[in-house]
Design a protein around this ligand. Sequence first.
Ligand SMILES: Nc1ncnc2c1ncn2[C@@H]1O[C@H](COP(=O)(O)OP(=O)(O)OP(=O)(O)O)[C@@H](O)[C@H]1O
Length: 680
Amino acid sequence: MPQKYDIIMGDKFEEFHQAFKDVKKCESKKFCFKKSFKINGKETIGSKKNEFNSLNHNNKQILNNEEYIQNHPEGNSKSKYVFKRVDPVDLKNSVQPIQHKAKSSQINNTNKVTIINSSLNPSKEGYIDVQQTKAKSSQISNTNKVTIINSSLNPSKEDFMDDEEFERRFGNGETSNQLHLNCNNLEYSFNKSSEEEMKGITLNDFDLSDINWEEHFDSKEESKCNKNNLQTQSSVLNQFNRRKDDSEEFQGTYPHSEIVFETLNHKFGLQSFRPHQREIINASLNSHDIFVLMPTGGGKSLCYQLPAILAPGVTIVISPLRALISDQVDKLNALDIPSAHLCSDVSKSDTNTIFNKLCVREPLLKLLYLTPEKIVSSCKVLDMLKNLYERDKLARVVIDEAHCLSQWGHDFRPDYKQLSLIRRQFSKVPIICLTATATKQVQGDVVNILHLKDVKTFIRSFNRPNIKYKVIPKSGKNVINEIAALIKSKFLKKSGIIYCLCRADCDNLAKDLCRVGIKAKPYHAGMADKAREKQQREWMQDQFHVIVATIAFGMGIDKPDVRFVIHNSIPKSVEAFYQESGRGGRDGKVSYSYLFYNYNDVVRLQKLITMDRSMKKHTLDGHFESLKQMVSYAENKVDCRRYLQLVHLGEYFDKKLCLQDKDTICDNCENVTEYKKYGC
Ligand SMILES: Nc1ncnc2c1ncn2[C@@H]1O[C@H](COP(=O)(O)OP(=O)(O)OP(=O)(O)O)[C@@H](O)[C@H]1O
């Protein structure tokens, strides 16, 4: 019987790709990844269990792997995956011996992971349907092994890698302590001894956002965000698309249209509107209550700042972040737009000056920024607002980060909830709510709490078309060289952010990068306030280009020309990843997001989460669930990255859109396209 196919063995899609390129002369048009089992000394193939079974019907000597395992309770089946060039009509034939075996040195993914991705059909059409990554166990600290079944298929024993084979091929690490993570039934079982590994490390070594949240706010009292309100975004799949969007209603020309464009050009120095901005401004100038959901960097500020200049009176902006407030006020004043804020660091005399400016017949300020607690707890401020309202000088109230109003929002803040007083006290004043993160439930909450009337809703796609997403297998200590090489080759003198898991990682990586000639500085909550502010300022002013930070860095930072965001370690959720990588390319130009991934970092993060003894079980589960989804994202080598992110955020995304721009096509779509080129 002539051999109709070769088997190319490897552990990664890229390896197969490379091997495939090397074997260009092959005649078969169909390629696929196949799973192979060596049973009773014979190699058998099949990507799914049913294929495997049908194969067995035709070869009675070969036992089904499951039967084999049952008959051999020691579970000594030799299973592995191979990338196989196959003639699909000849699936029943015997298997050619392995011809090309990927070097284990190329295999640098750290833990032992098996992924079955069921979103693609099995072999008939030659799809890529099974993929496996393995790693040297020497790279695995205390060798936690994981099997992830990312599929509707039920995991079976055959989906788990054989320990012995793994050890034989990839190292000499200890394999006894197993961490088993099963994505299908959401069960986690942790190795008790993992706590040992974290000895000497405390929670303070990390900057978990909910732990350090308070640093960003105006006072410690403001920081009572609700740790217990983690939400599983995937549960809101597609509701995004079903939400009402009123943008069409406001696309026309209005009497104010000319002056709006003039202001955009001359006051803000901008040439054109970004999607939805014009419509939101039109609705605002028509005095509607408005709810805006727009992605990070989408240009929400302009939507209320421009109407604020054109409308008579003062616009009040309520924002939770002191840093963001002063940044915005500085920018507005630099544009000659009279603005001020009343955060706790404003001196008494400056406060008096601001009050005086507001008291005159025609107020001398166009925008006044306040924190929510200022409006809720300061009688003086409330009286001043009443005074403006009675004189018809309160143009509108803007609530930034409006998701903080809702118990369901991941950053719920009780002070925000009390903002319901705005409608009670100033019933005729239009309210604009803005957020970059709100589920339908949060949106409903916001509308109800604030008693918005006939609210006009504007929802923009969360796709960031100018960001190129790529996940890169992380190779232990060599990652430093890889990051350095990446920066030197692509981003020399370009602004970038590198996110690390903990403070020590930031310090070390920044030092290492400096050593190889890249000026990088750390930023984390362990640094003194002044040092941190200095670091941020210098980076904003391009005195150095690369900031190596924990997640304490980034909220409210508006640097338009960030060309790359590198995650040196897995973020805690897809949402966090979206937000952090979204800090690149705010100017609309191409920006790169690289996630260096290995499973060691997941284990570190899991351990960190379990270290927080104050966390209630459901909060802990929420963290694990979020992390698990992030792992699925990182491990997925087939589906469009944008699709995966947006589905997670509750938005359906047409994968074809990712293919439209070759500069920003995601790594997975790029790979699939490459394969198609070769007739796969
Ligand atoms: N029409 C436009 N043309 C060009 N640049 C714009 C436009 N609108 C806004 N920008 C720029 O985009 C950047 C992001 O805007 P902005 O800070 O308003 O975003 P945002 O939606 O508030 O983001 P975040 O949620 O992160 O605060 C800013 O640098 C801003 O100057």
